[in-house]
Structure formats: structure tokens, C-alpha cells
Design a protein around this ligand. Structure first.
Ligand code: SF4
Length: 308
């Protein structure tokens, strides 16, 4: 069986930074370090950090007084920041700078008197964080039907922002529907969809031209991983999202000569290796990496962790 690996795949700069913040905090301040929400949506990453002394909680009320606290890469609402400030908790913010950029854009639109529409998935932590950072009513849409259902007057000044991990194509269609509906609308086109999401989506399209089956390594609650699987399916290749090799069903490979593997932005490469090893146990494999876009972007760590 021939295996093709998408390029780029796996960790993005925001995830690398978030994990490093927890690791450095453990080194510098000692265990335990409390992390609000899964630092990134990957069980393997979370378990590894737990074994080093991180404690994961969903609410700040579960964090003891004075304990070092990390906010996850998805960002948090202003009320969470305020709660931490009121309790005097020492906080390291691992919010991805690209998510923070969307928060700032939303704030700027509200300051200009615009009603903000957020294109994103209701209930995702990034969306909850963005809603809680933008000081004004915010409307969520995740489909063209949602745009049609918006009851905002069509001549009201509006602006849109987007979740960072959406499908570029779906988002473009939703933006077109918004532009067709509202006469005074501003927004960043699809630029809010982060570079890592866009690159991984292009790479999975390239992969889909070569393979019979696509395996996306990533967590079921990872937004960008789900989009990768959807793109594979949309272009007509049987595509499956798996956390690691243990979730691979050999039935999926029946009749397949070529298998493509990619990984969501929060999935470590060891899990890709695990999937390859699982395939190797089924039969002989050859592995090639597709040419793709090189990513060199790096985000700076918070100053508290770099000061000597
Ligand atoms: S997927 Fe994009 S927005 Fe999310 S953490 Fe990675 S770089 Fe940041």
C-alpha cells in the first residue's frame, strides 16, 4: 500500500506556543499548573501535560487561590479574565495571537458602531471566547440559512468576523450571502481563517487527487480536523477522522491501493506515526511526503516565561 502524507499537517504555531507555555510554566513555577479547558483539542497532548503536572479544569472556580493558571489556545471571555483578576490569580494567556486578532477586530467594529456577525460554530470554546470579548450584541451564523434568518435591518451598519478554523470555501459562500443581504457591511474577507487552517485545507485537497482513502488524525472535538475530513468527503474521497491508530478500521481500506494521511493543527506527529505503524501491521507500505507549503511562522511566548 502506498501512503502519502499531506504537507503541511499537524501542529500549527499557535498550538506549539500553547503547549510550550504550559511546559515552561511547569519548569519555572513547579507543578501543579492549572489549565482552563483542554490547552488544545487533543487527548494525547492533554495526557502528556497531565503526566508532567498540569491539572485541567473547565471553570476558574476549580482553581485554588494563588495557583498558576493558563488560558487555553482557544481564548476566553472577558468575564473569565475579570474573574481571574478579581481573585488575583497569576495567569499565563495561551490564547493564539490569531484568535486574539479576531477579538480585536470585533472590538474595533463595535467601537465604530457596527453590529457584529460572527461566522462560526455555536458552542465551540473559541466562539464562546470571541462572543465574550466583543462588547456588544453579536450574532452567530454558521450557514447561508442562518444568514437568511438574521432579523437585523438590512440597512443597519454591520461587520463580520470569523472563527479561525472554518472551511475557507463554506465561509466564502456565507460572506457572499451576508454581502448580498446587507447594504453597509465590512469585514476581512476570509483572512480571519488562520494560515494553518488554510494551508492544511489546501494540502488535503492536493492529497485527495492522489489517494483512495484519507485518514485525518485529530480529535473529534477539533474544529480544524473536522473540516479536513469534510473537505476530503466533499471531493469524493472516503475520509475518516481518527484519534490514533487504534481507531483505524481495516474495512475502510478494502480495495484501496493508496492512503492519504493528514493531521489537524492540534495533533502531534507521534499520532501520525502510530497510524502508519498500524497500517504497516496490515501489510507492506511505502511512505512519501507530498511537496507542500513550508510554514515558518512562530509566535512569541509571554514575557514572564522568557525573562531571565
Ligand atoms: S489553528 Fe490557527 S488560530 Fe488555531 S491555534 Fe493554530 S494558528 Fe492559532
Amino acid at each position: 500500500m502506498e501512503i502519502y502524507l499531506a504537507q503541511p499537517r499537524g501542529f500549527c504555531a499557535g498550538v506549539v506556543r500553547a503547549i510550550e507555555i504550559v511546559e515552561r510554566a511547569l519548569e519555572r513555577y513547579g507543578a501543579p499548573v492549572y489549565v482552563r479547558h483542554e490547552i488544545v483539542h487533543n487527548r494525547h497532548v492533554v495526557e502528556t501535560l497531565k503526566s508532567k503536572g498540569a491539572i485541567f479544569v473547565e471553570e476558574l472556580s476549580e482553581v485554588p487561590d494563588h495557583a498558576m493558571t493558563v488560558f487555553s489556545a482557544h481564548g476566553v471571555a472577558r468575564t473569565v479574565e475579570e474573574e481571574a483578576e478579581a481573585r488575583g490569580l497569576p495567569v499565563l494567556d495561551a490564547t493564539c495571537p490569531l484568535v486574539a486578532k479576531v477579538h480585536n477586530q470585533g472590538k474595533r467594529y463595535v467601537a465604530k458602531g457596527r453590529t457584529v456577525i460572527l461566522i462560526g460554530h455555536a458552542g465551540h470554546p473559541e466562539v464562546d471566547g470571541t462572543i465574550g470579548q466583543v462588547p456588544g450584541p453579536i450574532h452567530i451564523v454558521q450557514s447561508i440559512a442562518d444568514v437568511a434568518a438574521l432579523t437585523i435591518p438590512v440597512d443597519e451598519p454591520v461587520a463580520y468576523i470569523t472563527q479561525t478554523t472554518l472551511s475557507v470555501d463554506d465561509t466564502r459562500d456565507i460572506i457572499s450571502a451576508l454581502q448580498a443581504k446587507f447594504s453597509d457591511i465590512q469585514g476581512p474577507d476570509t483572512r480571519d481563517i488562520c494560515y494553518a487552517t488554510q494551508n492544511r485545507q489546501s494540502a488535503v485537497r492536493d492529497l485527495s487527487r492522489l489517494v483512495d482513502v484519507i485518514l485525518v488524525v485529530g480529535a473529534a472535538n477539533s474544529s480544524n480536523s473536522n473540516r479536513l475530513r469534510e473537505i476530503g468527503t466533499e471531493v469524493g474521497v472516503a475520509s475518516y477522522l481518527i484519534a490514533d491508530g487504534s481507531e483505524l478500521n481495516p474495512e475502510w481500506l478494502r480495495g484501496a491501493r493508496t492512503v492519504g494521511i493528514t493531521a489537524g493543527a492540534s495533533a502531534p506527529e507521534v499520532l501520525v506515526d502510530d497510524v502508519i505503524e498500524t497500517l504497516r501491521r496490515i501489510g507492506p507500505v511505502s511512505v512519501s511526503v507530498l511537496p507542500g507549503r513550508e510554514e515558518t511562522i512562530e509566535f512569541r511566548l509571554p514575557a514572564e516565561l522568557t525573562a531571565v
